[in-house]
Design a binder for this molecule. Structure first.
Ligand SMILES: Cc1cc2nc3c(=O)[nH]c(=O)nc-3n(C[C@H](O)[C@H](O)[C@H](O)COP(=O)(O)OP(=O)(O)OC[C@H]3O[C@@H](n4cnc5c(N)ncnc54)[C@H](O)[C@@H]3O)c2cc1C
Length: 332
């Protein structure tokens, strides 16, 4: 177990905010984690589990305990002619898992190449990109209940997955810490190339699809190691059909994707229409190539980023009557 006091989180958040936490605690395995959960001081303190901080905004220093997993490893736990079940430690870097699966010829996660963060968080967030979501390959999520200290293996159905959502994000459910997941991957991959530029991939192989996804992402998204950011800052809002129709009368080109009885509107488009793409205030900006991403030009504070996000929300609400919800989690 690694324990640090007054520890800088600059390397543990992709906005690279130089915030500090009172305690940083990294457990090596489930036995270590159990000790932490049973510790009375831990129970009394404010605490927050993090991965690589690629979906977090630290608004200021953290006066509590930041928990981090060092549980790694990938192991095939079951195999048939069609599928493999791969069990992965929550602390593994997600893209290493994708690279490994692709190298073994196992399909199902190649479209999720290049998404920053760790594997535990990927299951919490239900990461998604280019027409795929991790929920479609999740067999089991192994997690510890922070209130009862018991371990439970959740089936994909029990995880309650929806767009960027799972029971592990639900503030009304018992808090859980994910330690392992089991993914069911296909030995005879079926390619999912419906999304835009992926249609161009001819005679697809897993490696070609991964390459194409990484190339598209490299074009569109800022590299957090160069320009601090947390990916899409807001979720794409769902509006009623009537609301969408009203917007379309004023903006005939508005993009919309029917989702159940609602229409999903790209948040980036709404922000762009407010004239905010590429705008900069001090050290914070709206990324010039993608209005959904807020970037730290070097010296931004969490407060400044939060303020910029608020002004974007107000502008979109004012013009379209739509309330944008942050995808990024604020930590104060
Ligand atoms: C450039 C860029 C591009 C991105 N592109 C995408 C994309 O295409 N699709 C997409 O879905 N996301 C994308 N993201 C967002 C981000 O990569 C994902 O949300 C990722 O899963 C976060 O992983 P993390 O390890 O950084 O988790 P963190 O940001 O540290 O944490 C995220 C959440 O998971 C919880 N958590 C972390 N580990 C555990 C655990 N072991 N047990 C319980 N809870 C845990 C945290 O408490 C928090 O609520 C992007 C981000 C960036 C910076």
């Amino acid at each position: 177990m690694r324990i640090e006091q007054n520890f800088s989180l600059e390397k543990y958040n992709t906005f690279h905010l130089p915030v500090k936490t009172r305690w940083f605690l990294e457990y090596a395995d489930e036995a270590d984690l159990q000790k932490v959960l049973h510790d009375e001081y831990f129970q009394e303190c404010l605490s927050q589990h993090i991965g690589q901080g690629s979906n977090l905004l630290f608004v200021n220093d953290y006066n509590g305990i930041i928990l981090h997993s060092a549980i790694r490893g990938m192991e095939v736990v079951r195999e048939t002619d069609e599928s493999v079940w791969l069990r992965i430690g929550a602390g593994e870097t997600w893209d290493d898992v994708v690279a490994y699966a692709v190298s073994q010829g196992w399909g199902g996660i190649e479209n999720l190449s290049g998404i920053p963060g760790e594997t535990g968080a990927a299951a919490v967030q239900n990461i998604g990109a280019y027409g795929a979501e991790i929920k479609d390959v999740i067999d089991t999520v192994e997690a510890w209940n922070q209130l009862t200290f018991e371990k439970h293996c959740f089936s994909a159905e029990e995880c309650g997955y929806a767009y960027r959502w799972s029971r592990f994000k639900d503030p009304h459910a018992d808090p859980h810490i994910v330690t392992y997941l089991v993914l069911k991957l296909a030995k005879n991959p079926v390619f999912n190339l419906e999304y835009g530029a992926l249609k161009e991939v001819k005679e697809p192989t897993l490696a070609k699809v991964r390459e194409a996804v990484l190339a598209i992402r490299g074009e569109k998204l800022p590299d957090p190691n160069v320009l601090g950011n947390a990916g899409s800052f807001f979720m794409n809002p769902l509006v009623s059909e009537e609301h969408f129709e009203r917007i379309r009368q004023a903006y005939p080109e508005v993009p919309g994707f029917p989702t159940g009885d609602k229409v999903k509107v790209p948040a980036g488009w709404l922000i762009e229409q407010c004239g905010l793409k590429g705008k900069r205030h001090g050290h914070v900006g709206v990324y010039e190539k993608q209005a959904l991403i807020l970037v730290n030009y070097g010296e931004a504070t969490g407060d400044e980023i939060a303020l910029m996000a608020e002004s974007i929300r107000a502008a979109v609400k004012d013009r379209f009557g739509i309330e944008l919800m942050p995808e990024v989690k604020y930590i104060a």
